[in-house]
Ligand binder design. Structure first.
Ligand code: E4P
Length: 217
């Protein structure tokens, strides 16, 4: 499974990319607003650090303007993935941008039938939002399972399932068990994946015992 980081914070991206574990980045208009920076400058900086797909979202709601915005964004770097919302207009824009050879991430997916449409429109990635479904009392991970099943039923569909709106490490584990292709994870949760209290406790004991030997490596 691939790991993308869900942020527009270039310092976090640099830090996480240094681990070699980062396969891509997703941004959205809210994350760009949070960064307080110019959208194009942020994207240029991110693409200079990360070789994998970097999602950049259009802000228009009609397909002609989405396509025009998508083409501007795609011109920033070869690894830009244009993000379009899962609406009829977004699906039309997806088809056109894929025709240009641009990677497209169809976002704001909340049902398996929406995901089926995204795949038929040629999406490179579909982004189901698990946390936002959990927030309203629905089962976000069941949606990932359903999309996986639908896509696996039709081998001609090659859209990747990109699990979004991740709230905790268990979402990542469940995504891996289901066989999702990618998880886009907020930086703090990505770091938490490496943590375990028994790791910390074990390390402290090893270091104390080592110190008692008086040796050096
Ligand atoms: C995905 O691409 C979105 O940017 C993101 O995962 C949304 O997450 P949220 O529900 O925490 O805002």
């Amino acid at each position: 499974m691939q790991f993308f980081v869900d942020t527009a914070d270039i310092d976090d991206i640099r830090d996480l990319a240094a681990t070699g574990l980062l396969d891509g980045v997703t941004t959205n208009p809210s994350l760009v607003a949070k960064s307080g920076r110019d959208f194009f400058d942020v994207l240029k900086d991110i693409c200079a650090v990360v070789e994998g797909p970097v999602s950049a979202e259009v802000t228009a709601t009609d397909h002609e303007t989405m396509i025009a915005q998508g083409r501007k964004l795609a011109a920033i770097a070869d690894n830009i993935t244009v993000k379009v919302p899962l609406t009829w207009e977004g699906l039309k824009a997806c088809r056109a941008l894929r025709g240009d050879g641009t990677m497209v991430n169809v976002t704001l997916c909340f049902s398996a039938t929406q995901a089926l449409l995204a795949a038929k429109a040629g999406a490179t990635f579909v982004s189901p939002f698990v946390g936002r479904l959990d927030d309203i009392g629905q089962d976000g991970m069941q949606l990932i399972q359903d999309i996986r099943t639908v896509y696996d039923n039709y081998t001609a569909l090659d859209t990747k399932v990109l699990v979004a709106s991740i709230r905790h490490p268990t979402h990542v584990l469940q995504s891996a068990l289901i066989g999702a292709d990618v998880c886009t994870v907020p930086p703090d949760i990505l770091r938490k994946l490496a943590q375990h209290p028994l790791t910390d406790k074990g390390l402290a004991a090893f270091l104390a015992d080592w110190q008692s030997t008086g040796q050096d490596i």
